[in-house]
Write a protein that binds this ligand. Structure first.
Ligand SMILES: Cc1cc2nc3c(=O)[nH]c(=O)nc-3n(C[C@H](O)[C@H](O)[C@H](O)COP(=O)(O)OP(=O)(O)OC[C@H]3O[C@@H](n4cnc5c(N)ncnc54)[C@H](O)[C@@H]3O)c2cc1C
Length: 530
C-alpha cells in the first residue's frame, strides 16, 4: 500500500466512507482509520430518497438492491391536533431522482460502504484508532494511530485530515466550540421487534411516526421482519421513564399509543433496551488549517426527520469536492472551506428549522407543508411538494431549474412544474404581468461564490437575497439584468436583447426565473398605482 496520502480520514461511518470513496474516484490516495471492527452496531437506520442519489454517486446503489434492504417510499405520521394518519411519498419530491430511500441495519450497511471504499482504492484499516493529531506551525498535518491487534503506534502525514469520527468529534472537540441546541435536548429509548404488523403495498416500508402525550415514536421496518421501535422524550419525561424503569416505561408507553400498540400486538420484543442522548449541536467551525469535519463531527440534528446519514453523506460529497479542488488549487483555501461550511450549515439549518416547527405544537399537516414552502428555495412548488422535497433531502434542486432553462434533460415532474412556473400557472408563482415595467430588486446582491462541477468547485458569481436565497449569475442572467432599468416591460426587454424567437424564449425563461425568485420585480411606481 502507498505510504504517502492526499488525505487521512478518521472514522468509517457513512460520512467517512462517502468522502474517501469520492476522493478516491477522483484519483486521490486516501487512508481511512476506523477504531471498530465492522460490522458494528450503530443507530440511524432510516435513509432518505435523496440519499439514494448519493449512494449512486458512490457506485453502491446496485449493491443496496442486491442486499435487499427494505425500500422506503414514504413517511406516515400521526402528528398534529387530530390523530389521523397522513402519509407523504418521496415520488412527490422535486429534484431527487429516486422515489425511494432505504431502511438499513447499520452494521451491514456501513460495512458495505466501507468495502465499497476499498474497491475504489481507499486503504481502510479497521481496529485502528486515531489517538493524536500532529501539527506543523499551527496546521494539522497528520495523525498518530494505534492498532488494536498489536498496540503499535504509527504516525502518518497528509495535506488534509478529515474528521469523520461521528459524535466522538475527534478534531472539532479539540479546536472548535460546540453549541448545544437548548430546544432539542431529547433522549431516545428503543428496542427491536419481530413480526410487527406492517401496512400492505408500498406503505410496508414506510417509517411510521406517531406522537403521544410524552413524545414521539419511530417505527422503522427492517429486513427479516425485524422492526426498530424507539421513543424520543424530552428531559422531563425521560427522568420519569428512568424512575419507572426503562423497560417498564417503554412497554407501558406503547400501550398509551393505540396505533402503535395495534401494530405490536402480535409482535415479540427481541433485544435489550437501548438508550442514547440525542441532543442536537453544532460546532462553530467545520474546518480549520489542514482539516475538515463531515457528518456528526461537525453538527448533529435530532432524528425526527431521519436526516443524520443523509447529512453525513452530503457533507462527504461537498467535502470531497472542496478538498479535491484544494489539492489542485491550494491558494483558495479559506474561500472554498467557508463555502463548504455555508452549504452544509444551510442544509442542516433548513432541516432544523422544520424540526422546530414540527415540535412547536402547530396543528395540521398543511401548516407543516406551508412552513417548508417558506423555507425552500423552490418557486412554484406546492407547499406539500416543498415539504416532501425538504424531508427527502433535495439538495441539488436549484440546478434542475437551471437545466430546464438550458434545455437539458430534466425529470418530467420538474419539467411540468417549471413549465407551470414560466407560464405563471404553478401554485405559489409570483409571476408578474408582462405589461408592467420591471426593475431589479435592490435586496438581491451579487456575491462571489462557487458552483459544483462534478467533483470540482469552480468560482462563480451568484445573486443572493437578504434571506439567503441564491441564483447563479450566468452570462444570460447578467445580460437580462443589465437591460432592466425600470422603464421596459418583459416583451420590450426581450425584443431589445433577443435576436430571434429561439433566443427570446431562452431569455424569457431566464427572466421568469429571476422574477419568480424575486430578484426582478414590478417597477415601484407601477406597484404603487395598483
Ligand atoms: C437516537 C438516534 C436515532 C437516529 N436515527 C437516525 C435515522 O433514522 N436516520 C438517520 O439517517 N440518522 C439517524 N441518526 C443519526 C445517525 O446515527 C448519525 O447522524 C450518522 O451515523 C452520522 O454518520 P457519521 O459518519 O458522521 O458518524 P458515525 O456513523 O458515528 O461514524 C463515525 C465512525 O468513526 C469511528 N471513530 C470515532 N472515533 C474514532 C477514532 N478516534 N479513530 C478511528 N475511528 C473513530 C466510529 O467507530 C464510527 O464508526 C440517529 C441518531 C440517534 C442518536
Amino acid at each position: 500500500m502507498v505510504d504517502s496520502y492526499d488525505a487521512i480520514v478518521i472514522g468509517g461511518g457513512p460520512g467517512g466512507s462517502a468522502i474517501s470513496t469520492l476522493l478516491a474516484q477522483a484519483g486521490r490516495k486516501i487512508l481511512l482509520l476506523e477504531r471498530e471492527e465492522f460490522p458494528r452496531y450503530h443507530i440511524g437506520e432510516s435513509l432518505l430518497s435523496g440519499t439514494a442519489d448519493l449512494l449512486k454517486k458512490l457506485g453502491v446503489l446496485d449493491k443496496m438492491e442486491q442486499a435487499r434492504f427494505v425500500k422506503k417510499f414514504g413517511v406516515s405520521w400521526i402528528w398534529g391536533v387530530k390523530r389521523d394518519l397522513w402519509t407523504v411519498y418521496f415520488k412527490d419530491a422535486l429534484a431527487t431522482p429516486y422515489d425511494f430511500g432505504y431502511q438499513v441495519e447499520r452494521g451491514p450497511f456501513d460495512e458495505m460502504l466501507l468495502n465499497n471504499a476499498r474497491e475504489h482504492g481507499v486503504n481502510a484499516l479497521e481496529r485502528h484508532q486515531v489517538v493524536n493529531l500532529t501539527w506543523d506551525d499551527g496546521r494539522v498535518n497528520g495523525v498518530e494511530y494505534e492498532s488494536a491487534a498489536t498496540g503499535t503506534r504509527t504516525t502518518v502525514e497528509a495535506p488534509w485530515v478529515i474528521d469523520a469520527s461521528g459524535q466522538s468529534n475527534f478534531i472539532t472537540r479539540q479546536v472548535a466550540t460546540k453549541r448545544w441546541d437548548e430546544k432539542l435536548t431529547n433522549m431516545a429509548l428503543w428496542n427491536y421487534w419481530e413480526n410487527a404488523h406492517r401496512p400492505d403495498g408500498i406503505d410496508a416500508g414506510n417509517t411510521f411516526l406517531p406522537t403521544f402525550s410524552e413524545g414521539w415514536w419511530w417505527f422503522i421496518p427492517l429486513r427479516n421482519e425485524i422492526t426498530s421501535v424507539g421513543v424520543v422524550l424530552d428531559r422531563e419525561n425521560y427522568l420519569a421513564a428512568k424512575k419507572e424503569g426503562m423497560k417498564d416505561y417503554y412497554l407501558n408507553a406503547i400501550q398509551r399509543t393505540p396505533e402503535l400498540a395495534e401494530r405490536l400486538k402480535s409482535a415479540k420484543m427481541i433485544d435489550e433496551m437501548r438508550v442514547l442522548k440525542d441532543w442536537s449541536y453544532t460546532y462553530d467551525q467545520f474546518y480549520g488549517r489542514g482539516f475538515v469535519a463531515v457528518g456528526d463531527a461537525a453538527c448533529f440534528i435530532d432524528p425526527l426527520l431521519s436526516t443524520g446519514v443523509h447529512l453525513a453523506m452530503l457533507s462527504g460529497y461537498l467535502g470531497a469536492a472542496s478538498l479535491n479542488t484544494l489539492l489542485d488549487e491550494p491558494q483558495n483555501e479559506e474561500q472554498i472551506l467557508s463555502f463548504y461550511q455555508e452549504q452544509y450549515s444551510r442544509e442542516f439549518n433548513r432541516l432544523k428549522d422544520q424540526i422546530y416547527f414540527l415540535y412547536g405544537g402547530h396543528s395540521s399537516p398543511e401548516s407543516y407543508f406551508w412552513h417548508a414552502r417558506k423555507t425552500m428555495d423552490m418557486p412554484g412548488a406546492s407547499p406539500k411538494q416543498a415539504f416532501v422535497s425538504l424531508i427527502a433531502g433535495a439538495y441539488e434542486h436549484r440546478s434542475w431549474y437551471r437545466r430546464f432553462i438550458m434545455n437539458l434533460d430534466v425529470p418530467d415532474q420538474v419539467r411540468k412544474l417549471a413549465d407551470g412556473i414560466f407560464t405563471g400557472q404553478a401554485s405559489g408563482s409570483q409571476m408578474v404581468s408582462t405589461d408592467a415595467p420591471l426593475e431589479r430588486n435592490p435586496r438581491w446582491q451579487e456575491r462571489a461564490s462557487f458552483a459544483l462541477d462534478g467533483l470540482h468547485l469552480r468560482p462563480s458569481t451568484i445573486l443572493t437575497s437578504a434571506d439567503g436565497n441564491n441564483l447563479p449569475l450566468t452570462p444570460d442572467m447578467s445580460l437580462v439584468l443589465k437591460h432592466i432599468d425600470g422603464s421596459k416591460n418583459s416583451a420590450q426587454l426581450l425584443e431589445e436583447i433577443g435576436e430571434n424567437d429561439e433566443r427570446r424564449n431562452t431569455l424569457r425563461s431566464v427572466l421568469n426565473e429571476a422574477i419568480t425568485h424575486g430578484a426582478v420585480v414590478v417597477s415601484k411606481e407601477v406597484a404603487a398605482q395598483v
